[in-house]
Write a protein that binds this ligand. Structure first.
Ligand code: ADP
Ligand code: MG
Length: 273
C-alpha cells in the first residue's frame, strides 16, 4: 500500500534523519500500518521501532569491526576439520571461542608446522571477538614490523602505537617466518610489552619457543617477550602435518573432504601454496 505523504510524515522523516535514526525512517510507515492492523498500542509501536534501530545499529557496528580488523579472509570454526588435526585441544578452542580470554586480557599462542590451521583458527577467534563487540586488528608480523619502522622514520611511531593500543585484541600472525632486524625486534617487543595486561594477543608461530632467539636476535629480548606473552596464556599446539598435504593425499586416493566455504579471499590459498 502506498503511503500518503502528509505534511507531518514529511516533517517526521526530516526529524528522523536529523536524529540519525535510519531504521526508524525506513520502517516507521510499515510498522505503523502493521501495528494498526494488529491493535498494538503506541508504546508497543515505539518499542518495535527501537528494537529495529538497535538491531540494525549492532549489525552495522559488527560489520565495521570486521572491516577494521583487516582479516585476510573470513575463516570460521565451522570450516575447521578437527579430525584432521587430532593433536589440537578442541575443548580449549571451543572455550576460547566464547572470548572470555579477551575480557581477561589473556594471550593465545598457536604453535605448529605450516599449514596446520594456525592462521585459520586465529581468524576464527578474531571474528568471534568482533561479534562480541571487541575491537580486533589482524597483522602479519613482518608487515607490522615494516610499518613500525616506517612510522619511526616518519616520526609517527607514537601515533601508530596509540592507534594499536585501542584494540582489545591484536592478532600477530606468523612470528618467525623471517628474522627481524635488531630495531624491528625491539619495536615488536614494545608492542607486545604495551599490550601486556591491557590487551589480548594471539600469536601464531611455526617456531618452538627455544628458537625464538633466532628471530628476535637477542636472548635478553626473547626472554622478555616470552615472559610477557606466556604469562596468563593459552597454548594451542598442533603437531600434525599440513592440512593441504593431507588434502592432496585424500584427493589422490579419490575421497574429497568437505571444502572450506567461508573464505572471502581464495587468493590467500594459492598465495600460501
Ligand atoms: P598455518 O597458519 O598453520 O600455516 P593455515 O591456517 O594458513 O595454516 O591453513 C592453510 C590452509 O589450510 C587454509 O586455507 C586453512 O583454511 C586450511 N586448513 C588448515 N587446517 C585445516 C583444518 N583442520 N580444516 C580445514 N581447513 C584447514
Ligand atoms: Mg599461518
Amino acid at each position: 500500500m502506498k503511503s500518503l505523504e502528509t505534511k507531518s510524515t514529511v516533517l517526521l522523516k526530516h526529524h528522523l534523519k536529523a536524529l540519525r535514526l535510519p531504521s526508524f525512517l525506513e520502517g516507521c510507515e510499515k510498522t505503523a500500518q502493521r501495528c494498526a492492523t494488529e491493535n498494538v498500542d503506541h508504546l508497543g509501536f515505539l518499542l518495535q521501532l527501537c528494537e529495529l534501530e538497535l538491531l540494525n545499529r549492532e549489525k552495522r557496528a559488527s560489520e565495521r569491526r570486521l572491516k577494521s580488523a583487516r582479516f585476510p579472509n573470513l575463516k570460521s570454526p565451522g570450516d575447521f576439520d578437527f579430525a584432521a588435526q587430532p593433536s589440537l585441544n578442541r575443548v580449549l578452542v571451543a572455550e576460547l571461542l566464547r572470548c572470555e580470554f579477551v575480557e581477561r586480557r589473556e594471550s593465545v599462542i598457536f604453535l605448529g608446522h605450516p599449514g596446520t590451521g594456525k592462521t585459520h583458527l586465529a581468524i576464527a577467534l578474531g571474528i568471534a571477538a568482533c561479534q562480541r563487540g571487541k575491537r580486533v586488528r589482524f597483522c602479519r608480523v613482518t608487515e607490522l614490523i615494516t610499518q613500525l619502522m616506517e612510522a619511526r622514520e616518519e616520526r609517527t611511531l607514537l601515533r601508530m602505537k596509540s592507534s594499536l593500543a585501542k584494540f582489545d585484541l591484536l592478532i600477530l600472525d606468523e612470528l618467525g617466518y623471517v628474522p627481524a632486524s635488531k630495531l624491528g625486534a625491539e619495536l615488536l617487543f614494545e608492542v607486545i610489552s604495551s599490550a601486556y595486561e591491557r590487551q589480548s594477543l594471539i600469536v601464531t608461530t611455526n617456531l618452538p619457543f627455544e628458537q625464538w632467539t633466532e628471530v628476535l636476535g637477542s636472548e635478553r629480548l626473547t626472554g622478555a617477550v616470552l615472559d610477557r606473552l606466556t604469562h596468563r596464556c593459552h597454548i594451542l599446539e598442533s603437531t600434525g602435518e599440513s592440512y593441504r598435504l593431507q588434502d592432496a593425499r585424500r584427493r589422490r586416493k579419490g575421497s574429497r573432504p568437505k571444502p572450506a566455504t567461508s573464505s572471502l579471499s581464495p587468493a590467500d590459498e594459492t598465495a600460501e601454496s
